[in-house]
Design a protein around this ligand. Structure first.
Ligand code: PAF
Length: 288
């Protein structure tokens, strides 16, 4: 397994491999890998001749006062997991090469970036689409893998790829959860013991919404009212947003149907966590 820490070396490797007739699967990450990332690597390994993992804590997708400076990192553990997953190249570009002095170009998707996380974190998706575009240009993958946990991010990336005719297939894979239901996230490492316990309100809210829909309650206002009461009974939790939206447009819905996705973002102490699920999916196997 190669570890490449220069944009030029990554581009040369990719060009040579593609000229030799090999195709590349790509998993972009910010590192501090967990089983959710490993599930992406496992699927990507099977999808192409070669597998590239990028680890880059992208400064442009963090707002002022967010956790860029404290974002967890463990390159030794990440490279160990990458090797086990059969990664061919770990790409760890320095920020100064990704955004050299004078850098002033941005990729921006309108519309679906203006709601949910886009409303709470202005500029976040511009940073994401810009860096993903740059990584696609450097690595030139045939296929790239993303987790469904960042549901809106995946929708934004699909929109960008379609709108800009990027020659990359985008694959989204299911959320990987801890045994008690908490969606895996690098940010879970910030949680103190009591916060970790209260973080279960996210997956419990999903199970509650799915149960309500299964029982015939399809009115979004009523479902969200009940969820809000459950979540707000957790004293360390503050809701950022709690919405049921159409899976494609991300527009809020009045009535639940098979396109409805419950999207949640909460602060638990200083940690912001997100989760989501289709409301009409079979009731999640999440302890209520
Ligand atoms: O999902 C993430 O980890 C990041 O947003 C991504 C896609 C690697 C871009 O920095």
């Amino acid at each position: 397994m190669l570890i490449l820490d220069s944009v030029a070396a990554m581009q040369q490797w990719s060009q040579a491999r593609r000229q030799a007739g090999q195709d590349i699967a790509f998993v972009p990450t910010m590192g501090f890998l967990h089983q959710g990332h490993v599930s992406l690597l496992d699927a990507a390994r099977k999808a192409a001749d070669l597998l590239v993992l990028s680890i880059f804590v992208n400064p442009t997708q963090f707002g002022a006062g967010e956790d860029f400076d404290t974002y967890p990192q463990d390159l030794a553990k990440d490279t160990h997991l990458a090797k086990k997953a059969g990664v061919d190249v770990v790409f760890v570009p320095p920020a100064a090469q990704m955004y050299p002095q004078g850098y002033n170009s941005w990729v921006e998707v309108a519309g679906i970036t203006e709601v949910l996380c886009g409303a709470s974190r202005p500029g976040h998706f511009r940073g994401v689409t810009t860096v993903v575009n740059k990584l696609f240009n450097i690595i030139a993958p045939r296929v790239a893998f993303f987790g469904n946990k960042d549901f809106q991010q995946l929708a934004v990336i699909r929109r960008m790829v379609k709108d800009l005719n990027l020659p990359v297939d985008i694959v989204g894979l299911p959320i990987v959860r801890e045994a008690d239901g908490l969606a895996m996230s690098s940010r879970n490492s910030y949680l103190a013991q009591e916060e970790r316990q209260q973080a279960l309100c996210l997956s419990q809210a999903i199970a509650q919404a799915q149960q309500l829909a299964k029982n015939g309650e399809l009115r979004v206002t009523e479902i969200l009212h009940r969820l809000r009461m459950s979540i707000e009974s957790h004293l360390l939790v503050k809701i950022d947003y709690l919405k049921i939206c159409h899976q494609d447009s991300l527009q809020e819905q009045m009535l639940v149907d098979e396109n409805s996705v419950l999207l949640l973002a909460v602060f638990i102490g200083r940690t912001r966590l997100i989760d989501n699920a289709f409301v009409m999916e079979p009731v999640a196997k999440i302890p209520l």
